[in-house]
Design a protein around this ligand. Sequence first.
Ligand code: HEM
Ligand SMILES: *[C@@H]1O[C@H](CO)[C@@H](O)[C@H](O)[C@H]1NC(C)=O
Ligand SMILES: *[C@@H]1O[C@H](CO)[C@@H](O)[C@H](O)[C@H]1NC(C)=O
Length: 322
Amino acid sequence: MASSSSSSLIFLVVALLVVSIGTSNAQLTTTFYSTSCPNLISTVKSVVQSAVNKEARMGASLLRLFFHDCFVNGCDASVLLDDTSSFTGEKTALPNNNSLRGFEVIDQIKTAVEKACPGVVSCADVLAIAARDSVVILGGPTWNVKLGRRDAKTASLSGANSNIPAPTSSLSALIQSFKNQQLSTTDMVALSGAHTIGQARCTTFRTRIYNESTIDATFAKTRQANCPSASNTGDNNLAPLDLQTPNSFDNNYYKNLVNNKGLLHSDQQLFSGGSTNALVQTYSSNPSQFSSDFATAMINMGDIKPLTGTNGEVRKNCRKTN
Ligand code: HEM
Ligand SMILES: *[C@@H]1O[C@H](CO)[C@@H](O)[C@H](O)[C@H]1NC(C)=O
Ligand SMILES: *[C@@H]1O[C@H](CO)[C@@H](O)[C@H](O)[C@H]1NC(C)=O
């Protein structure tokens, strides 16, 4: 009697273990590396801090790198992989080619982290922490980053081309693109506030500044001065996504939208009479609500399809599989 109930207890424990090991979406936790790499957070922060001190825009570039990683098969550092003979990576996808930056900084962080805790911390988690640090260093909100992601063994060029929204997107396309990643319309509007920092190339906003009517005329003229109308001329000329404070993480992005001074067509879509108008208005006048919703949305984005447990691997070099 006693032995039969203890053997069924053992059976139950073993069955639960098998189920939990087999589950791929085990929970990420903020304490994942607390004992295996206690200095992780400060190690990442100091490399991000020196990179942003050297060039403020780098904070924007690192934040965008995390977004472009998470939208392609989850936050699995697939965006960091260089092309190999067996697959073409994501770096030359249309939204990324001649545009994504910060790979060298991620390498520097990874080198520092490997020195402190060899073979322990994934590149996907490094990216998640670096994105948070970038926002904080540029004056934005903070949040506790959930950890425990593992790194993909492959990348998806086609996924990068189809999942990352284009600057020509309509409001409904933007909503759908985030919904495809289980992110809400509120997450989408809040995450778009990342365009309070960083730069865009002329080729991404040319049509908007020459051919749209829902744009402040003086703002359009100012941007036209450094972005010629003829395609293939000045395509890579840069303009700030937030004309007021491109190196400060604040709510000026939404104030710009309310004044028809969004740089990208997709930006202005959020305040063009549709279902997201009211939320843009709220964020433009209530910076603390924006901060709080942005932090929540970053955590939600970081939860997209992580590889956990024994799935994937912990890469030694973020540019290639082990
Ligand atoms: C809502 C849909 C989005 C669209 C259509 C979009 C599109 C773009 C485009 C076209 C650029 C300029 C790229 C270039 O010219 O090289 C850009 C830059 C940027 N995006 Fe987005 N984006 C979106 C959402 C996001 C999200 C969710 C984040 C992060 C949470 C983000 C962060 C950034 C940052 C920080 C930059 C500046 C990067 C730098 O200066 O290096 N974007 N985005
Ligand atoms: C990426 O950019 C390079 C350099 O401008 C260019 O030669 C190449 O054709 C581009 N690749 C794709 C796939 O667009
Ligand atoms: C603006 O629209 C006109 C008419 O459709 C077109 O010919 C022109 O190429 C467009 N210009 C830009 C910069 O998009």
